[in-house]
Design a protein around this ligand. Sequence first.
Ligand code: ADP
Ligand code: MG
Length: 328
Amino acid sequence: MVKLNSSLIILMFFIVPLTAQQTFQRNVKRMGSGFQITVVANDSLEAKTYIDLAISEITRIEKLISSWDPKSETSEINQNAGIKSVRVSEELFELIDRAIKLSGITDGAFDISYASMDKIWKFDGSMKTMPNTKEIESSVAKVGFRNIILDTKNRSVFLKKKGMKIGFGAIGKGYAADMAKSLLLENGVQAGIINASGDMNTWGRQPNGNEWTVAITNPLNKTKAAAILPITNGAVVTSGNYEKFVRLNGIRYAHIIDPRTGYPATGILSVTVFAPKAELADALATSVFVMGKETGLNRINQLPQVECIIIDENGKVFTSHNIEIDRL
Ligand code: ADP
Ligand code: MG
């Protein structure tokens, strides 16, 4: 047992107020989106070290999963589709393995091989008529998570079909947020938020002891928050469909496309998912869009520690079983 003498106790009394913790924040662009890193630290120098650490981790992950960088492991897999399997790092192998499991959980609504879909839908207002059924069918011909072959022994990945591609657009930012958070936790950062354009993972509390709060955007009026919710340790991700959509024959089609059918998702304006990890929340938010509100809510209600808020195209709010919001 350590004995503290009285002068030490007095000294501690003086130190505590001098090193009162504060919140520090920095914005940075990575993965084609804005990231905001928030940390609680004793001073700006300490905060800088932490934030630099988080950014270097996000940069590292971007290099690993980027489909634009022809030298990334992901590009190597894509370049060898239909040709040969590619040995990859354990980290990428496991990420792909988890992504395939998510496809299983969502009956294929989530599928990283969506990336080989032909882009026949345009969401910039230029599209006036529906593509024909044949075009829609053939647009997804190369999509299918069952054709991503993992060889655990050799730690290799093989895309069976020529022209097949994988992409981490619906999971990468969440994964990066999780990884940056764990790295900061390992380095002793007591509280913070990694926010990847609305995909966020939080830990600890604000210096004043209050919980962090997240604002859920009102899809019918972007300048207004639909709800403000407290969050202490976990992830929250919103997938919205405010601007990118096309209206054809009176139906509003979202920019997220069902990889099984080639048709864009309909009926939903925004999905917010709460989960222990941002990677899971990110993937599920996109999936609920594709599954639609009924199937989506059912699936979320079956998953432990996962909750969701759906706002449909009429502005109506639907929530999973364990969520209560009073102000919307
Ligand atoms: P954002 O990143 O714009 O917030 P989402 O998290 O919903 O939006 O992800 C949309 C992105 O996910 C798309 O731009 C695309 O890269 C990818 N994606 C689209 N549909 C699917 C799908 N069914 N399964 C996996 N990834 C998808
Ligand atoms: Mg997503």
